[in-house]
Design a protein around this ligand. Sequence first.
Ligand SMILES: Cc1ncc(COP(=O)(O)O)c(C=O)c1O
Length: 439
Amino acid sequence: MDSREMIELCKRHTLYTWAVQDQVDPWPIARAEGIHFWTPEGKRYIDFNSTLMSVLVGHSHPKVIAAMKEALDGLIFAYPQSATEARARLGQTLAELTPGDIDTFFFTTGGAEANENAIKIARTSTGRFKILSRYRSYHGATNATMQLTGDPRRWANEPGAPGFIRIMDPVPLSFSFGTTGEEITHNHLTYLEELIQYENPKDIAAIFVESVTGTNGVLVPPKGWMKGLRALTEKYGILLVCDEVMAGFGRTGKMFAFEHGDIVPDIVTMAKGLTSSYMPLGAVGVRRRVVEALRSKYFAGGLTYNSHNFALATAQAVLQVTVEEKLVENAARMEAVMRREMDALKAKHPSFKEGRVIGLFGMMDIQKNSRGELIAPYNGAHPAMGKLGAFFKEQGLFTFMRWSSFSAIPPLTITESQIREAFEIIDRGLEITDAAFEG
Ligand SMILES: Cc1ncc(COP(=O)(O)O)c(C=O)c1O
């Protein structure tokens, strides 16, 4: 099928996510390998966003494909109440890979369902109802996870369910909790403790945080914030849930991003990198003391595809590749390369406001003037960003673009020269936004 027919049929018979259907312009994709994908006509793209920030081991990894083919000759699917070898092995592997005493896992079909079930586990184990989360966050598109989500994707889903309370981030968009990391941490946690009093600490089951915030900007918590948050939640018996759907499995240069904060959460949710998107799968990892509180209670959660055997076998192969090929270590090493490239853009392009990177998790912001105002308003657009997106597409670079920002979130297999190749395209593209810079 050629690109034209593919696009025409897809648009006629299928709906696209987060879009006005009439305005959708789908990317025709026929195959993918390593850090690249191709159109049916053979145009090649650098996948500088790991597709949906999720293909961490790269596309069509031969070892994963071989393991999947082997698994196809075995058990594909089993009743959720069964015991299977794939389930036994993956539970054990995750218990070994996850820090602290997080050693019990509930398998779902993706990230949103992992967060949905984390809410249930938190409420069931604490007997409390309220859930806190941050404004600059995304936690999924199901009903309850839309309520956890703070960014504008929530708006169309409102009014939502009761019991969800959103809090300011330590680093909000324009308001400032301070200038140094320590000051921001101190002031933000002081604010949060006051808010907890207003909401009645004994009613709050959990707080959800992305350990490193993803689509809302690749925001790394300020110094000491994770530790302070951990202490605050311990003080009030509130469960700390780290959403590692995007940041987990090596993306930040550690297996889990909360390890940078030197803490162990009560619950961790994961998806994306768990199978590198070779199959849909999510998981909730639970700490021993929370599991103990849960064991004697009825857990009201289930999915037809809970612990889907083929998906679990796929995850096992992906995690083996992640460890054996030292992809977490590569992400940590490549951070300096990305940093250097971003610094060079900053020195050269007046429209380049800031680049943030941790591991192979990067985001760049474009400004419209020397006062540092972002080129597009919150949840808005700017014609220069549209042109920049079109330039990247024409030049064979696939990246995630939103408002005033675009991503540098490639597969963890990427090499230094491949990173340079992508940044060379970005460097040329920024002449477009420089032309819109107002001085
Ligand atoms: C941090 C975070 N949590 C949850 C989700 C939802 O995951 P899924 O799309 O697999 O439901 C996402 C998806 O992008 C995410 O980035």
